[in-house]
Design a protein around this ligand. Structure first.
Ligand code: KG4
Ligand code: ZN
Length: 336
């Protein structure tokens, strides 16, 4: 089954062709970082306008790279939720128009479930497993019992983890997005220079939730001192912040694995590109960690096309109701 995937839920326009859910024939991503950099965050209006200009060229490139003509596709999958409304509308409208023009069936997928599928693009990662989904917009712990059976165990009470990286980077005078900059700066700093808080939220109600605002405020206190040229250095702050944030993420994931008796965990989303996180998950005797290749950590359409094949097999083409874009995941307890 050969599926064209289209992803435009935030600021990246992406298209990909994937065969049988796992074989990536092409994956094209058009980044908008240059357009949002000056604002240090995604401006929804700019994102939607840029998507309008790039959607067709990106789809055309994905088909050309894959060596696949529209007639050779078995269907189209598009992200319909959650995301920025204008961004989602562009992808959905393009996908509906192409499906109509080419006479192909269409399915919609949830962006969070698609990230979970990114673990399957380099081979089968068996269910059940725990998933830590960490990006600029989401921080979630999921219990994955199947590709489309994703229970939400916890989420962030304030900032998303990637957002905290972005804000700390801003205060250290680094560019946007800040995650890669902190990652780089931390390599020359002392991760034990400052004992930043590791907020574990041990009470039953928040056992699997996250909070990064306390950590962020502690870091801002040090960046203010940095301006007065006293200790510590920017590299020490970056390394100590990263140490606290990444250890908290991994400890919470380990906690879910132990509590649920599931010794397998995958980490997806932009923050899973972090080098400390990747180092710490290597050679762990307790948990089998799965991290997708860097090319599918951040937003991409291969994960959408791959999951799309599952949706086609399980429930067939989309009903008219599913074609509506939704800004939020409609259920607090599961990804739907
Ligand atoms: O998944 P993603 O590309 O976009 C969404 O937010 O959906 O994630 C982007 C986030 C940004 O906040 C960025 O700073 C963070 O992922 N990020 C990183 C690294 N690379 C990207 N955070 C920590 N370390 C990295 N190496
Ligand atoms: Zn994402």
């Amino acid at each position: 089954m050969r599926i064209l995937g289209i992803e435009s839920s935030c600021d990246d326009m992406a298209a990909a062709v994937v065969e049988d859910g796992r074989r990536v024939l092409s994956s094209v991503i058009s980044s908008q970082d240059a357009f949002h950099q000056a604002f240090r965050g995604v401006v929804p209006e700019i994102a939607a306008r840029r998507h309008l200009e790039t959607v067709i060229p990106v789809v055309e490139k994905a088909l050309t790279d894959a060596g696949v003509a529209p007639g050779q596709l078995d269907g189209i999958a598009v992200t319909s939720r959650p995301g920025l409304i204008g961004s989602l509308l562009v992808g959905l409208t393009a996908a509906r128009s192409l499906a109509l023009a080419w006479g192909k069936p269409l399915v919609t997928v949830n962006h969070l479930a698609a990230h979970a599928w990114s673990l399957q693009l380099s081979g089968v990662f068996d269910w059940p497993h725990i998933i830590l989904l960490v990006s600029g917009g989401h921080t979630l712990l999921l219990h994955a019992r199947g590709p489309l059976d994703l229970e939400i165990l916890g989420s962030t009470l304030d900032d998303a983890c990637g957002e905290a990286f972005d804000k700390v980077a801003k205060h250290l005078g680094e560019g946007w997005p800040g995650g890669p900059a902190i990652d780089r700066l931390a390599k020359t700093g002392d991760p034990l220079a400052i004992p930043y808080p590791r907020v574990m939220l041990d009470d039953a109600a928040h056992r699997y939730d996250f909070s990064f605002s306390g950590l962020k405020t502690s870091v801002l206190y040090h960046t203010a001192r940095l301006a007065r040229k006293s200790d510590p250095t920017a590299s020490d702050i970056a390394a100590s912040f990263q140490q606290s944030a990444i250890h908290t993420l991994l400890e919470k994931t380990r906690r879910a694995c132990r509590d649920l008796g599931v010794p397998r965990a995958g980490i997806v989303g932009g923050v899973s590109a972090n080098s400390l996180l990747r180092d710490l998950t290597r050679g762990d005797g307790e948990i089998e960690w799965a991290l997708p290749p860097l090319s599918v950590c951040t937003d991409n359409a291969a994960m959408v096309a791959g999951l799309g094949a599952e949706v086609f097999l399980r429930s067939g083409p989309a009903t008219p109701d599913a074609l509506r874009p939704l800004t939020r995941n409609p259920d607090a307890r599961k990804v739907v």
